[in-house]
Structures are given as C-alpha cells and as structure tokens.
Design a protein around this ligand. Structure first.
Ligand code: BEZ
Length: 240
C-alpha cells in the first residue's frame, strides 16, 4: 500500500500549457538534460511499457523509420521506458539485426531512449497509470514546443499501438497554428482550409459575414474558414 505522498507522486499529471518537467537522464545516446537540451526545437517525448515486447517493437521501428520526417519539421524524438540501459541497447540491437515489420527491416533507432528504472521521469510525466499497470509506463506522447511548454498530450493503453501519421499531423497542425495564427478543424491536413477564431468586435464580425475580409468564408459569425495553401504551410514548417 502506497503512502499518500507516493500516490500523489505517481498520479501527478503535467497538463497542456505547463512547463515540461525538468530531468536529467541516461539514454542510449548519452546523457540528456531535459528539456533544456532541446531549446528552440519541438520534442516528442514518448513512453512505452517495456523493451522486448511486440507492440513496442512495431512502434519503435515505425518511429525510427519516420525520424527524418519529424526532424525536417524541427522536431526531435525521445523515448522512455522503465527498463535499464543494457536492456534498451540489447533490444534495439535485436530489432536492427532480426526484426522485419510492415516492409521495414534493418532499422536502426538513432534517437535517445531514456533508462528510467527508478520511474522518476515516468512519475513526473504521469506515465505510470496504476489502473492500467503499476510496473509499466502507458503509451504516452508529449508534444513539447521550442520554449519547453507542453502543447499536447496523448495517452494510449498498453495493448494499443500508436498511429504515427496522427502524431505527425498533430505536430504540423500545431506548428501551422503558431505560424499563421489560425486553428485547424477536424481531420485537418496541410492544404485544407483553416479556422479563423470568432471576431472580437461586432464591426469585424459584420465585415466577415458579408465577406469583406479577404479570403474568408463565414457560415455564421462563429464559423469562419480561409484557404491556406499546402505549399505555404510546408514551406513554413518543413526545413530541407
Ligand atoms: C507490447 O508492446 O506488445 C505490450 C507491452 C505491454 C503489454 C501489452 C503489450
């Protein structure tokens, strides 16, 4: 039975808009000082339940295969499980040498994988969710922006492999919102219309309703969209 303090530690949950909790850790790529080492970049910090498990293996292969795509969007990947460094190294070596999945093989995981045997980092980030497992991290995905602010969080249960197209879509959508001061509607992808927030003054709203503002399409005062070209989005958020 945990003490109240232990329970509070386990159930602490960082929220959207919080500073990303700081930590220092050993990883498969050397020591890291998080999030300071990533200042000026987006980071996806994600946890998996355990090394040498099949769903996690499929996820690591998929993420490693997509790493350069994320890097081009100024985003670094950092993994974590509550396994030790030597387990991580042996697992990643086995993946490279032996595992074939979805047409991928010989996959080398080059992004850092944090060892967290003490669960210190996992607890800080609310990755241990006792109703799901007391001894393994759930599949958490934290999107942290270049200022070290948590911008989005997705949690999946142990049995459910993540959708990496959605993780990439969410990253590009948030970068687009920041760059163009817009919001993105359901199922948005680059090239689709974006949402303009409702106007602050009646005058502006009336202009919108009669379509005076350039490129704006208003269904009603609270629902205005405008075109934003795919090239414009990609040229802004993707670095070659
Ligand atoms: C997996 O990665 O396959 C897995 C890990 C923990 C529980 C269930 C599945």
């Amino acid at each position: 039975m945990e003490t109240l303090q232990e329970l509070e530690q386990i159930t602490a949950m960082p929220r959207i808009g919080d500073d990303a909790p700081k930590f220092q850790a050993i990883t498969t790529q050397g020591d890291i000082n998080f999030p300071d080492d990533y200042a000026g970049k987006w980071v996806i910090l994600f946890s998996h339940p355990a090394d040498f498990t099949p769903v996690c293996t499929s996820e690591f292969m998929t993420f490693a295969n997509l790493e350069s795509k994320f890097n081009k969007a100024n985003c670094e990947l950092v993994g974590l499980s509550i396994d030790g460094l030597y387990s991580h190294i042996a697992w990643l070596r086995t993946i490279k040498e032996k595992i074939e999945f979805n047409g991928m093989k010989d996959i080398e995981v080059k992004f850092p994988l944090i060892e967290d045997i003490t669960m210190e980092v996992a607890k800080k980030y609310g990755m241990i969710q006792p109703g799901e497992s007391k001894t393994q991290a759930v599949r958490a995905v934290f999107f942290i922006d270049p200022k070290g602010i948590i911008r989005a969080i997705i949690y999946y249960p142990l049995s459910l492999g993540r959708n990496f197209d959605e993780i990439y879509r969410a990253l590009i959508a948030m970068q687009t919102s920041d760059a163009f001061s817009v919001a993105t509607p359901a199922d948005w992808n680059p090239g689709d219309d974006v949402i303009i927030s409702p106007a602050g003054s009646c005058g502006v709203a009336e202009d919108r309703m009669v379509g005076k503002e350039e490129d704006l399409n208003c269904e009603d005062w609270f629902f205005c969209t405008k075109k934003l070209g795919k090239e414009e989005v990609l040229n802004t958020v993707i670095k070659n």
